[in-house]
Design a protein around this ligand. Structure first.
Ligand SMILES: [Mn+2]
Length: 321
């Protein structure tokens, strides 16, 4: 079935002269790499088309390639492709775009249909994994730049193959990708993992100040003052939360960062047992079963969320001990 969808998407790409590729706000490497790799692949395959990858730029992700400005003046009747994002509300940079059709390529769980064609595989480690497969199955072309970005998206979203969405298929796709592209993948890791010293120090702060509960819940509330002290921003905790996996006796861990600019709390949650996306959805959030997030402006929500997570840990322990 997925094979047909890949072909359908290819046909649409072939048909449209103007194509815009967008992803979620507050992008991670999978989001950025998926949109840039797809854009570059379409440009390689169809040099005459106008293809833009849009959304707010993030300086540390410049290594994946540059994004395009959301200038849609001669982008009438465009095909919009959204990657790594389940719903339209979270799509970045398409406010002024008049699109004719939407294609969605994603791996987040989602009940609603938002696009004409949806290539959604919840079991995929990453959106880049889905796009790599699509490139193999269609005539969409791949050079070393495209291959490198796809590789990094898969590595990043699977957290170097640590996360449970990593499957035999992931490794098969990676093998094929490396065989065909012959990219020097070891030298690419720097693009993902090089960090400034202040981030290392902030990492130390998180480790020192994480609060551990009897239930197996660990949490930390991060204030704007602390972010300023370490010279990091509200996106930094999100990028570090996976580093706190495999702490003995910790089942669920969460970072609660107050985002002063938007006057709301930004919550990242990870689990290695209890299902957390249902809890996150009670607080304007959602995501994967074991990797979720939420945003709320209510302080009370945070206390209730922590209570819910604490209870989920207790219940999980009861069943699994
Ligand atoms: Mn992703």
């Amino acid at each position: 079935m997925a094979w047909d969808i890949d072909k359908k998407i290819y046909k649409k790409i072939k048909k449209y002269k103007n194509i815009v590729i967008a992803r979620h706000i507050g992008p991670d490497p999978d989001a950025i790499a998926s949109q840039i790799a797809l854009r570059d692949s379409i440009r390689l395959t169809f040099p005459q088309k106008k293809v833009l990858a849009v959304g707010a730029g993030v300086s540390k992700f410049k290594k994946f390639g540059l994004l395009d400005k959301s200038d849609f003046s001669d982008m009438k009747d465009a095909l919009l492709i959204i990657t790594d994002v389940p719903t339209m509300e979270r799509v970045d940079g398409i406010e002024d775009l008049q699109y004719k059709e939407i294609i969605k390529i994603d791996h987040h769980p989602c009940d609603q249909k938002v696009a004409t064609i949806e290539l959604v595989d919840e079991s995929a480690s990453s959106t880049c994994q889905i796009i790599t497969e699509m490139l193999f199955k269609t005539n969409l072309m791949m050079d070393q730049q495209v291959a490198g970005n796809l590789f990094l998206g898969i590595v990043s979203d699977s957290d170097r193959f640590l996360i449970s969405y990593t499957s035999v298929k992931t490794f098969q796709i990676i093998t094929k990708l490396l065989e065909r592209s012959k990219i020097d993948f070891v030298n690419l890791y720097e693009k993902l993992y090089e960090r400034p010293i202040n981030e290392i120090k902030f990492h130390g702060y998180l480790a020192q100040n994480l609060q551990f509960q009897e239930s197996g819940l660990a949490y930390i509330k991060i204030s704007p003052e602390v972010l300023k002290e370490f010279g990091v921003d509200t996106a930094t905790p999100s990028n570090m939360i996976n580093d706190f996996n495999y702490i003995k006796d910790v089942l669920v861990w969460t970072f609660i960062t107050y985002d002063e600019k938007n006057e709301q709390y930004k919550v990242n949650i990870r689990s290695r047992g209890p299902i957390i996306n249902e809890i996150a959805s009670r607080y304007h959030g959602g995501g994967h079963k074991f990797a979720s997030g939420a945003r709320t402006s209510e302080k009370e929500d945070i206390e209730n969320l922590l209570k819910d997570l604490d209870q989920a840990c207790q219940e999980y322990k009861k069943v699994n001990e």
